[in-house]
Design a protein around this ligand. Sequence first.
Ligand code: G3P
Ligand code: CA
Length: 243
Amino acid sequence: MHSFPRPAIFAHRGASHDAPENTLKAFQLALQQNADGIELDVHLSADQQVVVIHDSDLNRTTNGRGRVEELSLHDLKQLDAGEGETIPTLVEVLELVGDQILLNIELKGFSSDADKLPQAVLGLTRDFGLSDRVIYSSFDPHVLMLLHRLDPAAQAGLLLPPGNLSAMIRTFFSPFVRPWSLHPHFESVTERFIRVANKNNQPVFTYTVNQPEDMRKVFRLGVSGIFTDIPLLAQKVREEFAS
Ligand code: G3P
Ligand code: CA
């Protein structure tokens, strides 16, 4: 993994407090604001292009209707993703950010082994020579297994839904996945969680931290990074810890 400041600040869906989420505008803003990384969500279009959008349907973030996987890239590109922005492809994002920033690519649209999303994403980051700047992540342990099978060097993190029980079971008792990193909800981060992760050499990146007091709490506990919609605020809070 390329070196990064600790705790690293990832702009969640880009600088999404101030620009439409998962758009080039939001990623550009994150670059301008000197975030350490950007987080983004990916799906495959009907014609197998990797597109950057959070939900599997188009309703919430665009003026379109229906499911992302049912539309071609050409049709998806006709939609407004906010402030006149279009749904970006992963290629467009990689072209924009290059090696200026770390990336966390969350693989969202995956339902079966027939899905080629992991292959497509790994292929693109490899083509751009950015593999060592990318952390892949998923809530689905099966996706992590596939990523690992396809590229044993891929840095793939397990996302943990809110709730301590779920975090405990998925993190410590799953015999099938050895995630490179753990990505819990910020309320699940405890001293014990960090201790066990440290013992297992697993960096902890926590989501989605937008309140200064929550940032202070997880910084104090020693997370490796956070996902926030407001990278500028997180940078200010991080400065309190610099000395
Ligand atoms: O990767 C952290 C975070 O993005 C996971 O939740 O729903 O915002 O994709 P969500
Ligand atoms: Ca995400």
